[in-house]
Design a protein around this ligand. Structure first.
Ligand code: PGA
Length: 248
């Protein structure tokens, strides 16, 4: 049985006060005894403090991005060894904001993913179609293309969690219906199964896009939806905990 993973992506939001409050509340929620896991992606600046706050718990803390180089004259970038040094074990890659606002290509995202896994990290690998692609009926072909390089390297799959985030549902208040999301999740799991059947059964596939306490239960009840990558609703303790509460 796959556990449900509820992950919060804080993007360029959050503060030390939120970090303290959130970790404190997640500790109180005592998820260890249940089939629910939690993960948070704060800004780089807050990683060290959050790792310290989460020490001794099962709350996972990940980075929102990383450089595709291990070191060098790359002003403003953060490397995998730097993350490793402070104890980060998870990295979020391929988020649609990185793809669209920072022009990250499928090639670059795969390069980062491969390097991260080689360096011992686990990667939350995001895919998702635009509204235009959905309306044209191209959803599956877009997802297929985004997954292509990854699926051509099945050895990496043991260290990958896939997050399906339709771009039209991110930060818009529009959510994919449980049926729409399930259809894509099933498609993704079948693609993984064709490469590694065992891994396809153990891999958590997350849904992201305006997840909140009102829609989480129906989404996560679908057989191939194993939790959520939550943006806006992860920025308030009561909203994030509300998602966990509604699936308990
Ligand atoms: P949202 O963001 O929950 O605010 O739609 C999700 C994400 O971007 O990961």
């Amino acid at each position: 049985m796959r556990k449900l993973l509820i992950a919060g992506n804080w993007k360029m939001n959050g503060s030390l006060a939120l970090a303290k409050n959130m970790i404190h509340s997640l500790k109180q929620a005592r998820l260890e005894s249940e089939q629910i896991e939690s993960m948070l992606f704060p800004s780089f600046v807050h990683l060290s403090s959050m790792l310290e706050l989460a020490e001794g718990t099962k709350i996972k803390i990940g980075a929102q991005n990383v450089s595709e180089q291990l070191q060098g004259a790359l002003t403003g970038e953060i490397s995998l060894p730097m993350l490793q040094e402070i104890g980060v074990t998870h990295v979020l890659l391929g988020h649609s904001e990185r793809r669209s606002l920072y022009n990250e290509s499928d090639e670059l995202i795969f390069k980062k993913t491969k390097l991260a896994v080689e360096q011992g990290f686990n990667v939350i690998f995001c895919v998702g179609e635009s509204l235009e692609a959905r309306e044209l009926g191209d959803t599956k072909s877009v997802i297929n293309k985004q997954l292509q390089a990854l699926l051509a390297s099945p050895a990496l799959l043991n260290h990958i969690t896939i997050a399906y985030e339709p771009v039209w549902a991110i930060g818009t208040g529009k959510t994919a219906s449980p049926e729409q999301a399930q259809e894509v999740h099933q498609f993704i799991r079948e693609k993984v199964a064709a490469k590694d059947l065992a891994r396809s059964q153990s891999m958590q596939i997350l849904y992201g896009g305006s997840v909140n306490a009102g829609n989480a239960k129906a989404l996560f009840a679908k057989p191939d939806i194993d939790g959520g990558l939550v943006g806006g609703a992860s920025l308030k303790v009561e909203d994030f905990l509300g998602i966990i509460e509604c699936i308990r």
